[in-house]
Design a protein around this ligand. Structure first.
Ligand SMILES: Cc1cc2nc3c(=O)[nH]c(=O)nc-3n(C[C@H](O)[C@H](O)[C@H](O)COP(=O)(O)OP(=O)(O)OC[C@H]3O[C@@H](n4cnc5c(N)ncnc54)[C@H](O)[C@@H]3O)c2cc1C
Length: 437
């Protein structure tokens, strides 16, 4: 594996880091609410970010997540890993670079499975950053196990009629279209029971019951909630609104989530690095017991643990990116699950230490650490809970493992010793070969 960065690309990364620090991080302060980057109707925010998006485009760094045959710049996952680390530092940067989730994943599946008409209508404006979209899969009664989904799409002449409820459909209030996973053949085996439908937001019958807020949002003010609790009330779409073939819902969802997860992991590296930079600055700025925090062993332990864990996680993400780029489709499946599990853990541990090192100032709302802390639990849930991915990793490592032949494990020392003694019996029994006392 070669993780070398060529000088021309390094120059791009240097430009990106300066740009994200100077131009994107301040926008996070101006428009800090969940969903602000997705609100295409906010004229102030759009007027401010439009010239920034133009700068990104002029650098050839816009919407780099798609391969050339899908209409993107074709940077590949290795380069994306380095880029997303930088983009991950800022809440707004993904929007300013045209790589905001869930639009990236939705663009990918439109590019992979969409008809020419679907691509023209939805993909191009999505890639241009003119609209945002929603992925509507989770239901109020079931999330981690899609086999429990109940939302139905029933064929009626030339139309599909969608009836059911969806939960946590992020950004539905701002979306121009929603990609809805619905049961189209309830009698089929679980993995071919569902299909994906592309539904324009203006279609009659899409009833947003609530825009659900998350930890940190004021429960008395639902104006900033972005996770749509939706009733698809007899929503009618034409037959050609299907994305992929009937029964391919699982396949389409998997294609989308793999990329999404690894990109989240890449951005998490950047967020951890930012929290770590804050730790580094604080420990050489603050004194206690007559010396700098940096000179106290407990604090040194926190710095060392964070540095080591970030480096380990970064290597895992880079290896995953390399495997996606260089090995057959699907080879990185277990690695992606590892990234998904580990990003929530390392983000938690690093941010927690960063807050601790900042003392009471760490728990104020005067640093980015408070927003980071609020977003921790979501990372272990969105795109599937940690436990489900751990199960996947464990299965990958036990599926082809062989049981031991006898009563004791193959590492049983008495058996191994007997075998090696038998193998060298002649030498061991020869008195002339005995070690001198
Ligand atoms: C910030 C955020 C954004 C999201 N955006 C979207 C979106 O845009 N579109 C969308 O469709 N969904 C979205 N989701 C929903 C997300 O996909 C689900 O939260 C996730 O799949 C888990 O489903 P659930 O919340 O129903 O949890 P459940 O399925 O109820 O699981 C609850 C808990 O049970 C345990 N558990 C579940 N399954 C297993 C298992 N097999 N083995 C062991 N333990 C298990 C885990 O601890 C898990 O956390 C979002 C979630 C968050 C937090």
């Amino acid at each position: 594996m070669d993780f070398t960065i060529d000088p021309a690309f390094q120059a791009k990364l240097d430009w990106m880091l300066d740009f994200v620090k100077a131009e994107c991080e301040p926008i996070d302060l101006l428009f800090p609410h969940h969903g602000d980057p997705y609100d295409t109707g906010n004229a102030q925010a759009r007027a401010i970010i439009a010239p920034l998006q133009e700068q990104v485009k002029a650098q050839g760094l816009w919407a780099c997540h798609l391969d050339p045959h899908l209409g993107g710049a074709g940077y590949g996952q290795m380069k994306l890993a380095y880029m997303n680390e930088i983009i991950g530092r800022s809440y707004w940067a993904p929007t300013i670079f045209g790589t905001a989730a869930p639009d990236t994943g939705n663009a990918e599946i439109l590019a992979m499975f969409g008809t020419a008409e679907q691509k023209a209508r939805y993909l191009q404006p999505l890639l241009d950053g003119d609209i945002v979209s929603t992925f509507s899969m989770t239901e109020p009664q079931a999330g981690a196990d899609p086999k429990e989904f109940a939302c139905r799409a029933t064929r009626d002449g030339d139309e599909w009629v969608i009836e059911g409820y969806k939960w946590f459909s992020s950004n539905a209030r701002y979306a121009s279209f929603l990609i809805v996973m619905a049961v189209t053949d309830p009698d089929a085996p679980a993995h071919s029971r569902m299909s994906m439908l592309v539904v324009p937001a203006e279609t009659p019958g899409i009833e947003i019951i609530r825009n659900v807020g998350t930890i940190g949002d004021d429960p008395l003010d639902d104006s900033h909630g972005i996770h749509g609790y939706i009733h698809y009330n007899q929503v009618r779409v034409p037959i050609d609104a299907m994305l992929g073939a009937p029964g391919e819902g699982f396949k389409v969802a998997q294609a989308r989530l793999g990329g999404g997860r690894v990109h989240h992991a890449m951005r998490t590296v950047g967020r951890c690095q930012r929290a770590f930079e804050m730790m580094q600055e604080r420990v050489v700025s603050r004194r206690t017991q007559g010396k700098l925090l940096a000179d106290h062993q407990f604090v040194q332990g926190m710095i060392a643990d964070s540095a080591i864990e970030i480096e380990q996680f970064r290597m895992l993400v880079l290896k995953t990116a390399w495997v996606i780029d260089n090995q057959p489709h699907g080879a990185a499946r277990t690695l992606i699950a590892m990234c998904k599990v580990q990003m929530a853990k390392i983000y938690h541990d690093v941010v927690q230490r960063a807050i601790q090192i900042h003392g009471s100032y760490g728990v104020t709302n005067e640093t980015v650490l408070s927003a980071m802390w609020m977003s921790l639990p979501s990372l272990a849930l969105a795109d599937g809970p940690t436990e489900v991915h751990k199960v996947q990793v464990a299965k990958a490592y036990t599926r082809n493992a062989s049981p031991s032949d006898g009563l004791f494990p193959s590492e049983h020392i008495p058996d191994r010793l007997a075998a090696v003694r038998a193998k060298y019996a002649a030498i061991l029994a020869d008195p002339a070969m005995e070690p001198a006392l």
